[in-house]
Design a protein around this ligand. Sequence first.
Ligand code: DP6
Length: 334
Amino acid sequence: MSSCSRATAVAHPNIALVKYWGKHDEDLVLPLADSLSMTLDVFPTTTTVRLTPHRDHDTLLLDGVPATDEVLHRVVAFLTLLRTRTGRTAPAVVETHNTVPVGAGLASSAAGFAALALAAATAYGADLSAPGLSRLARRGSGSACRSVFGGFVWWHAAHPDDPDPDRASYAEPLPDVRLDLAMIVVMLHTGAKPTSSRDAMRRTVRTSPLFPDWIAATREDVPAMRACLEDGDLERAGAIAERNALGMHATMESATPPVVYRTAASHRLLDHVRALRDRGEQTWATMDAGPNVKVLCPAAEAPRIAAELAAVSGCPTVVAHPGPAAALTTTGRS
Ligand code: DP6
């Protein structure tokens, strides 16, 4: 890939059906278990990276507003990694436009770092394969490695004894999925979460007595979920996804001090999803590091179920389907 100084990329969030929660290497962002996700066709993030050799620092604009805090720190660290790899020194201006609320457990960092990885790698002239791009995105935010790909995606955890764990941990798309799945995002709360997922994850691994059992179950859930996706077994896929997500929240809530993302509104909606199932609907819930609830259901039923969930919760719903891989939209010289 030749250097082009300026590149814009778009990427979509992904929601895990079997969650990533826990690292064994914080610097390399290496997970303790494999995970499996669906990239969405809603809420894209668009990021432009422009190299600015005449400047002496990186600048990050989030929806036009300069970032100064932890987010800027993570982006500068990411660009520094890329500069070290490519031997380039120029700082960059990074401009990001989100269409999803940031920090609300709606995977904005996954879409954000996937778009940044593609735009920055292109601007700095890093020659990356698709797995290489996914490894790079992982260094920004673990779940971002899955947003590099569209559809259903499997993230491999490196074995702790692997001589090159950085190389061994990457995502890849699952080719043979026979499930016509939709995911309804119920926007219960769009404000930023009280505890970042990075801090919450660390605290959970270190202090939750439930964590060892959940991570052991997750290691079994990944191959089981893969088989469900290939066999088109929605009932079993939904059951595994819901149990895995509720288990993850149980580990967080049993940490010291507890990490509680679920609100009364989340619990009401979780109850409602179970009530729908009792009524014969195929609906299962999943949740991430925030109070919002996502509901898995057959694609054909999604508009009707989304309307009911909006009425019950009094909150907007968005129906998502499997979405595209991260893609470059423009490249050029600044
Ligand atoms: C609950 O990828 O945001 O969404 O690697 O520390 O940046 P860092 O964490 P992040 O964690 C996402 C956790 C999750 C589950 C998942 O997406 O698998």
